[in-house]
Design a protein around this ligand. Structure first.
Ligand code: F6P
Length: 322
């Protein structure tokens, strides 16, 4: 019989993490559990930075970006001694089940705890959308919305000056945000880690936009791509695609902001599912959504792996930007 569970957020924050913590706490309490919050991810777990949460402690947080529990990337937890300390803290607090909300690295941490005998359930949260075991992670929708709003604004100024912009977006080693965000912002081309494209071809695509009479052109570049926005902008300036060239790096702006409706819903569904899985003994898994339905993936299948973007849509940007 489970009595006490805990929840932590780990790795890069993602909009919707708070909504997920709220769901875990309120679902847990409704099932008769005591729910603890661990501050600063695995770092806080090692240090025992743990407090009981109530329904009131998670009031008013659903609409807030970031994570009120705070998060960290803990080097100490990567060492066996650190993990033993974490295990000790779980025992001291009588915590019998743990929900870990985070990305690939966080799931690797959860897998380590599972291997030490901890009942753990993971919830995918990462703007990169590079996680196996789920079609979409918490935070992706909001990050995409921020991206397209920003590119819409860039287009206003780009059109006014007849410029092309290279816009660099996040995504670590995955091109999802650049590819999908490029398509839905009407970019001419997306440059992603999963596919080589010569600089000359990028210049050609932008030049074509100029020849078509467009007032601006946009190239979206993933941060993990073979060229950075700065490098590409420098090359394009020399290559002269017909437009003046500027570049913008979106950076951490993409991780902030109030979570979208889709992220609040996803986070809530997955938080509820994580508690139910723990309570029913279905642990050692990450709960996700595959083809619209809740899915449980073995942590070993998802931990520390990067899912590349589906290249099926790669040609779309070119067709639709004509
Ligand atoms: O994994 C989320 C992410 O925002 C990546 O897109 C990016 O590469 C990385 O985190 C940035 O990490 P940090 O916040 O530590 O600079």
């Amino acid at each position: 019989m489970l009595n006490n569970i805990a929840v932590l957020t780990s790795g890069g924050d993602a909009p919707g993490m708070n909504a997920c913590v709220r769901a875990v706490v309120r679902m847990g309490i409704s099932r008769g559990l005591r729910v603890f919050g661990v501050h600063r991810g695995y770092a806080g777990l090692i240090e025992g930075d743990i407090e009981p949460l109530t329904n009131r402690s998670v009031g008013g947080i659903m609409q807030r970006g970031g994570t009120f529990l705070q998060t960290a990337r803990s080097l100490a937890f990567m060492q066996p001694e650190g993990r033993q300390q974490a295990l000790g803290q779980l025992r001291v607090h009588g915590i019998e089940g743990l929900v870990v909300i985070g990305g690939n690295g966080s799931m690797a941490g959860a897998l380590c705890l599972r291997d030490l005998g901890v009942a753990v359930v993971g919830v995918p949260a990462s703007i990169d959308n590079d996680m196996y075991g789920t079609d979409v992670a918490i935070g992706v929708d909001t990050a995409l919305n921020t991206q397209i709003e920003t590119i819409d604004k860039i287009k206003d100024t780009a059109s006014s000056h007849n410029r092309c912009f290279v816009v660099q977006v996040m995504g670590r080693r995955c091109g999802y945000l650049a590819l999908v965000g490029g398509i839905i912002s009407g970019a001419e081309i997306s440059v992603i880690p999963e596919r080589h494209v010569a600089k000359e071809d990028i210049a050609r695509v932008l030049h074509k936009a100029h020849d078509l009479g467009k007032p601006h052109a946009i190239a979206v570049v993933a941060e993990g791509a073979e060229y950075s926005a700065a490098e590409l902008a420098e090359y394009l300036t020399q290559a002269d695609p017909g437009f003046e060239v500027r570049y913008t790096v979106l950076g951490h702006v993409q991780r902030g902001g109030a979570p979208s409706a889709a992220d609040r819903l996803l986070a809530t569904r997955l938080g509820v599912e994580a508690v139910n899985a723990l309570a029913e003994g279905k642990t050692g898994v990450m709960v996700g959504v595959v083809r619209g339905a809740i899915h449980h993936a073995d942590l070993a299948q998802v931990a520390d792996r990067t899912r590349p973007v589906d290249l099926g849509e790669y040609g779309l940007a070119d067709i639709l930007a004509r």
